[in-house]
Design a binder for this molecule. Sequence first.
Ligand code: SF4
Length: 509
Amino acid sequence: MAKLDVSCLFDAFLQAMSDPDGGSRFYELHAPSAAIRAGEGIRRAADVQPETFAAAHRDITLRGQEALPAFQREGLLETSDDNSVAWFQVSEAHGKLSFPVAVGFVDGAVDWCVASPQVKNWSFQDGLLQSFGNYPWMRNGTPATPRSILDASFFRYFWRAPVTFQTLPDARFSCMMSTVCCRHDYEITLPPEAQMLIDAVPWARVQPSLTGTQLPIRPDGKLQLKSLNEHCRFLGSQRQCLIHQTLGRQPFGPCSVFPFSFAHTPEGVSVAMSPICGAARRGIGVAPLHREEDLRERFVQSEARRAEAFRLAPDVEIPWQTFRDVEKALCDLLTEQAIPLRRRLYLCTRLLASLRDGDPLDTNQWVSESLVPISDELREALRGMLARVVAWDRAALRALPSVIPPTLADFEANEPPVLVRILQNTVFSKVYSYPFDLTTTLNFVIVLYLVSLLMQVAAPDGVLTDVMWQELGSLGVHGLLKFLLHEGVPDGFRATFGTAEFGQWLLVV
Ligand code: SF4
C-alpha cells in the first residue's frame, strides 16, 4: 500500500469514527479480524452484525459528544517496511494534545489502532497485543463510552478522573514478587475478551507449553483465570507473570488492582490494602499516594465499592462526615500502642455505644474499667459460633483447635502491629461498613482478632505463619467472614450482632 493510501485510509477511519451516522462506514474500514465494540466489550468484527454496530456507534457517539475525543491526523511519522504498521502524529481538539497513534493494516483495512505516549518499535503482532491491553478501558465507560480501542487508549493515557485518594497513614506497598496473589486460594474471573489478548501473546517464544491456551468459560460467560486452590497458569518459573512480562504491564483487572481495594466516598476514593500481600501487611515499600499514576491505572480497573447511606449501627443512619470521623477514631484507637490490643478493641466498642446513646466520650474511664461479665450460657453460645467459624473448610483453618480454649479471654496477640494493620484495613476497606454499619464492622473485626488468637495456639512458637496471616486477610479485607458468619451466627444473635454490646461479649469469651 502506498504511503498516501495509508494516510487516506486513516483519515477516513477517524472521520467515520467521529460521525454518529458513520457507523457502517467505520465498520467497513475494519478488517474482519479487528476487535471492535460489541456490547460492553469487544469482539472480532466478523462476529458482530454491521447494523448492530452502527446503531450502537450512533448511540455512543451522540451520548458522549461532550467527552469523546476529537482526533485529527497531523502527519505520517513512519511506516514499517511491509506497510503493515504505520505511526501517525494525531492531535485532539478538546485537550489540545498531540501524540502518536499506531495502526496495523490487513488487506487494506484497519486491524488495530491505538494511541501511545511515544513511537515504539512495534511489529504488527506487538501492536495487536498492545491494543488488546486497553480492553478494560472499553468497559470502564469513563469519561464516556469509548467508540473504539483508540478512544480507550486515549482515555487511558491522557484522561485523569478528578478524584482524590485517601489511604491509611502508614499504608505502604511495593511488589516483592511473592506471587501470593497468583497462588492464593481465591478465584479470579475475567471478561470474555481477555481471551483475545491471551491469543495475541506470542506463546511460542514466551512459553511454548501455553500455546493455544483457552481459559474455561463459566456458566455466567466469564472466563475462569484461576479457581480456588489453583495456581495461575501464567505464573512463570522465575515468579514472574508471563502476561505482565510480555505486555510490559498487567492488563487483567483483578491482577492489576491487587493488593488495593477501592471505595467511593463523598470526598474521593478510599484505598485499602489486602493483607494477603506480605509487603502490604508489613508496611514495606512506597506510600501509594506517592505513586498516584499507578494508583489511578489500578483504580480504573477496579470495581470500587459505593454506598448511598452511612450507618453507625444497623438502624442508625449518620452523615458521611460523622461516619468518616468515627471510622478514623476506630482506626486511631487500634494503633494505641501503650494499650493491650484487647483493651483497644474494648475502647472501640465503648466509643460506638457512647455515640449511639449520646453518652460522654471518656477514654480515661474506659481504659481502666472492668470488661463486662457474661453468663456461662452466653459464653457457650458465642464459643459455638467461633467453633463454627474455624470449622469452615479452608486449608489454613483446618489446623486450628476445634475446641475453643477455656482461657481464650486471657490470650493476647503476639504480633500486634501486623494484626492491627489487618484490622485497620478491614475497617477502612468498607467491605462490612458499607453494606452493614460501623458497629457490625467492629464486631467482624473482633471475630478476626479472636480467630488470630486461635491461630496462635496452632502456630509454631505462637507466631502466625504467612499462610495464617493470608487467611486472616481473606476473612477480613476480602470479606469471607461475611459468608461464614451468615451461616455461623446463631439465630438468636442476629439481632444483636450489630450492637456494641455483642463486641464486648466477644472480648470476654
Ligand atoms: S495473570 Fe499474572 S498476575 Fe494474574 S494471577 Fe496469573 S500470574 Fe498472577
